[in-house]
Design a protein around this ligand. Sequence first.
Ligand SMILES: NC(=O)c1ccc[n+]([C@@H]2O[C@H](COP(=O)([O-])OP(=O)(O)OC[C@H]3O[C@@H](n4cnc5c(N)ncnc54)[C@H](OP(=O)(O)O)[C@@H]3O)[C@@H](O)[C@H]2O)c1
Length: 346
Amino acid sequence: MSTQSLSTNRLSTQPSSAALSTIPHAAVNDPPAPSRWTAADIPDQFGRTIIVTGANSGLGFQTALELARHGAHVVMTARDEEKGRAAKARIEAERIRGSLELRKLDLADLDDVKRFAADIIADGLAVDVLVNNAGVMMPPRSLTRQGYELQFGVNHLAHFVLTALLIDRLAQSSDGRVVTVSSDLHKRGNIHFDDLVGARNYGRMSFYAQSKFANVLFALELDRRLEAVGLPVRSLLAHPGYSATNLQLSGPTGILKLFMRFGNRFFAQDVAMGALNQLYAATAPAAASGQFIGPDGRGEKSGYPTIVQPVDAASDPDLAKRLWQLSEDLTGVRFNLANPGAAHAL
Ligand SMILES: NC(=O)c1ccc[n+]([C@@H]2O[C@H](COP(=O)([O-])OP(=O)(O)OC[C@H]3O[C@@H](n4cnc5c(N)ncnc54)[C@H](OP(=O)(O)O)[C@@H]3O)[C@@H](O)[C@H]2O)c1
């Protein structure tokens, strides 16, 4: 894949000014996000490098487009090179002030995630924001290359590893952020510690909900750990409500797919609205670490970005620690937030 980087996006050898500043963390009395925040409110992103996983489609594509419009250097990742090239060309055909590069990344293969992160580091690329966006929903039971249930593997484990391996780069940014895209369906989730791969009892919906629940546990635990060591990186969550994308059509099969197609047509909001939540989390100066951004409409299905609340169980620090430990054990990659450059294979 072609690699096109701006010199401004190379890693600076200067210490981060953010190391001296205080990162805002979520608090119960946080003011709500400004009403009717739109893409026009995205601050200038010139000089910032933002990785968006799954940028060839849906919310990831829209996120990459808006960030590039606002001057960012966007690293678009795609598992399918052809789809990635087509998406990049579509964005380049728009009026953008920023720049794009495309990198292959298959999140269903942890070796590929490690290779991707190693390339970013070897190429000396700065990383200001990582948008953990890519996802798969409700496929028939299938496994990743390393044998994990696909939704848990792609949606959670791969992004866990990616974040661990890039946290050092993020910590060197003056405004480093990790944005993890979850779902309102996390509220139906829990972690099937006794049957993580769904060998005994796989349900398409329950395992999707598990993966999105894991996203919330992870992002909130990351926020707590970052705060504990004073590392100047924000960890935020976003969800897009119900947005018409390929998600509902690529995983589901048969009658479920027909049902989803109908829902997308008549009930879903458009992707430009859905992507506002992750764009706000990635760029708004007021977005605090630990916040969850979702739509302000009824049932959080549609609307403009606001602060939403995770289900109680997803804020449980003990459960989050258990998942964190399990994720390190399964992937062989450990976060080292006290010395972030030392994240390593166990
Ligand atoms: N749309 C909604 O209503 C909704 C609601 C709640 C949460 N979300 C979340 O939003 C995120 C984005 O989804 P979307 O709605 O934009 O769906 P989408 O249009 O299907 O986009 C998903 C992206 O993830 C990529 N992807 C899937 N499996 C991958 C893998 N193994 N390796 C690398 N990339 C992979 C897809 O690549 P391919 O194109 O090659 O398949 C695509 O680029 C997901 O995390 C989803 O859970 C969406």
